[in-house]
Write a protein that binds this ligand. Structure first.
Ligand code: OSB
Ligand code: MG
Length: 369
């Protein structure tokens, strides 16, 4: 596979509802879409950064810089081989996993279109439908939260994740658990807690949560290990796990018993599959995280979640949970059993809507070999 041209589109797409976490409020999805052309075909990828670097150090601005100045020049005109070789080509460029993953996704889509093979199959996926859940941002009060949860359950979601932060945690979990005793319920703190606040999580143990996601800062693996030793609810790491090496070390230290896999966070689908494989050999459940993706990244998440080790529902909602208008079609819909179909067309299995792309693009550039 040889890449002749790369296009980067910086888009801003309105969200249906604001999405609030312990660190940040998001109103619009501002990310990069990457188009590659080679061997007479085209492929799309999504770089899952956000405008503000609250989740990790990457932002849409840094990703543009790393792509334009380093990643794109490295691969243009090069005989690349399979997309799984891409990480080797860019190994000399440190960090910036989301920028790398966005370009790698476009190469996977291109390779799939050239071969006529769906991405899920290329990665080793086996399922045709994947179980999904909804991630609920911080709400103004418990009453509103209960209404939002009820609304999503009525839509057919079977698993709910609540964003929490200090002061908006136990009360929320208790209220939702009381209203829905059998619901698959989990929480995500996005690293908002100090290690001296771990009592909150010990108190959460009684609510039968599926998991507690990333309570402490990403570099503090030891704090998570200390918490895991004190609670029976599985600790799940998100931000802390940026490579298969990091995953192995966290598991060796018993810092988590579940891992949230996001291809963007770990530098691409190739590394994501390695983490999946490691966890499978250790009987560690994994699930596919989300970054409010457009239909491009959502298609990629569904393909990844088709792998056999993804035994917990992913943060992969239907398109209309986030977007009235999306850049990709067809839209993803929730089945009555709380699953979404894995795309079955070549590559990502979705097409770009050129009108929507034009409407949402705020900056674009093209690079040729
Ligand atoms: O921590 O999982 C997270 C969204 C943006 C950044 C980080 C996270 C999230 C979500 C939403 O929880 C998941 C989704 O529905 O896409
Ligand atoms: Mg998370």
């Amino acid at each position: 596979m040889k890449i002749d041209t790369v296009e980067i589109h910086h888009i801003s797409m309105p969200l249906v509802h604001r999405f609030e976490t312990s660190m940040h409020v998001e109103q619009d999805r501002e990310c990069l879409l990457i188009h590659v052309e080679g061997d007479g075909q085209g492929g799309w990828g999504e770089c899952v950064t956000q405008r503000v670097p609250w989740y990790s150090y990457e932002s849409t601005g840094t990703a543009w810089h790393i792509l334009e100045d380093f990643l794109v020049p490295t691969i243009l005109g090069l005989e690349l081989g399979a997309p799984s070789k891409f990480p080797n080509h860019v190994a000399g460029i440190k960090g910036h996993p989301m920028a790398k993953a966005g370009l790698e996704m476009a190469l996977w889509d291109l390779a799939g279109r050239i071969e006529g093979e769906p991405l899920a199959e290329m990665l080793g996926g086996e399922r045709r439908q994947v179980e999904v859940g909804v991630s609920i941002g911080l709400q103004d009060d418990v009453g509103t939260l209960l209404e939002v949860v009820r609304h999503h359950l009525n839509e057919g979601y079977r698993r709910v994740k609540l964003k929490i932060k200090p002061g908006m945690d136990l009360e929320c979990v208790e209220a939702v658990r009381e209203a829905h005793p059998d619901l698959l319920l989990q929480v995500d703190a996005n690293a908002a807690y100090d290690t001296n606040q771990s009592k909150v999580f010990q108190n959460m143990d009684r609510y039968g949560l599926v998991l507690i996601e990333q309570p402490f800062p990403e570099e503090d693996i030891q704090a998570h290990a200390e918490l895991q030793a004190r609670v029976s609810t599985p600790v799940c790491l998100d931000e802390s796990i940026y490579s298969v090496t990091m995953a192995r070390q966290a598991l060796d230290l018993d810092a988590c018993r579940i891992i949230n896999i996001k291809a963007g966070r770990v530098g691409g689908l190739t590394e994501a599959v390695k983490i999946h494989d490691l966890c499978s050999t250790r009987n560690i459940p994994v699930w596919c995280g989300g970054m409010l993706e457009t239909g491009i990244g959502r298609a990629s998440n569904l393909a990844l979640a088709a792998l056999p080790g993804f035994t917990l529902p992913g943060d992969i909602s239907a398109t209309d949970r986030y977007y009235e208008v999306d850049v990709a079609s067809p839209r993803f819909e929730l089945n009555s059993d709380g699953t979404i179909d894995v795309p079955s067309g070549p590559g990502l299995g979705v097409d770009i809507d050129q009108n929507a792309l034009k409407e949402f693009t705020i900056k674009k550039a093209q690079f040729a070999a």
